[in-house]
Design a protein around this ligand. Sequence first.
Ligand code: AHG
Ligand code: MN
Ligand code: MN
Length: 336
Amino acid sequence: MLKSRNKTLGEFIIENQSSFQYSSGELSKLINAIRLAAKVVNHEVNKAGLIDILGTAGDMNVQGEDQQKLDVLANEKFIQTLKNREIVCGIASEEEDDFISINSNDEQHRNKYVVLIDPLDGSSNIDVNVSVGTIFSIYRRITPEGTPVTLEDFLQPGKNQVAAGYIIYGTSTMLVYTTGDGVNGFTLNPAIGTFYLSHPEMQFPEAGKIYSVNEGNYTHFPQGVKDYIKYCQKEEGDRPYTSRYIGSLVSDFHRNMIKGGIYMYPKSSTATNGKLRLLYECNPMALIAEQANGKASNGHERILDLQPTELHERVPFFCGSKKMVEKAEGFMLKKA
Ligand code: AHG
Ligand code: MN
Ligand code: MN
């Protein structure tokens, strides 16, 4: 399919609909709903700096309603948009204790997809005007259509994802996603509220020179991870590599995909499974990475092969340029 540079996301979705494995149009409508929610959240994120003027979280606004924290607000906006469009049968969110089942008696709305979201990733960066994001992951339900969704619809290995993506609210707002046929990035023109295809067929460089890890945790990391970090810092060949860590996965991942690099959130003696959540963060980023010729691992196994056991479980995460992830895995194999 021809992918020209000034195509809008709306046009792109329609043109690529037939390449989905199950092309009933439902997945296209779902991506469209996410596109809409992204614009709504983008608007809220851009107002964040005004919160001191308009009121802080916990304050009452002029209507006497509580001001909400942006991660709670983003969660509500995404859930509301997906519910209103009657496009999914279930939603799980990092911000919710349990999954949400969306029942519809209408035959027409017997939807087959579930969505999992991290509505606001990197939320601690909001207060300091640094990029944040939203991550989403889409699966076909396992249980029969027309029945309420159950936990097993959400606890599927990442390789079952039919689509995944993220929105980055950065110097520009971008929506980057895959439906299993490569990765494409769209940039929002805020003046007219339209996303344009700006980054067609995104690819991780095979090798890179950036490593991204919270080195404050260094002393708590396993020896293999420490050794890999020392390898990145060593003066030899194309090294030392550059260290870059924003502290918002979406932003760190996005930079590394464009420039070449590795993102690491290892396990440590203080966090035995690391910090990142398998369902809302690691699986979607892993699918995007693999679709962009990158790699994602928990240090030993492919992220997308892991069988989840609970909604909010955490896993160690190593993701980025293929050669860098393989090198890191090599160090961890030698010393766990
Ligand atoms: P969230 O804001 O959704 O809780 O995610 C924050 C995550 C991730 O985006 C980021 O890379 C990581 O936490 C940063 O953690 P540290 O502050 O421990 O480095
Ligand atoms: Mn997150
Ligand atoms: Mn979050």
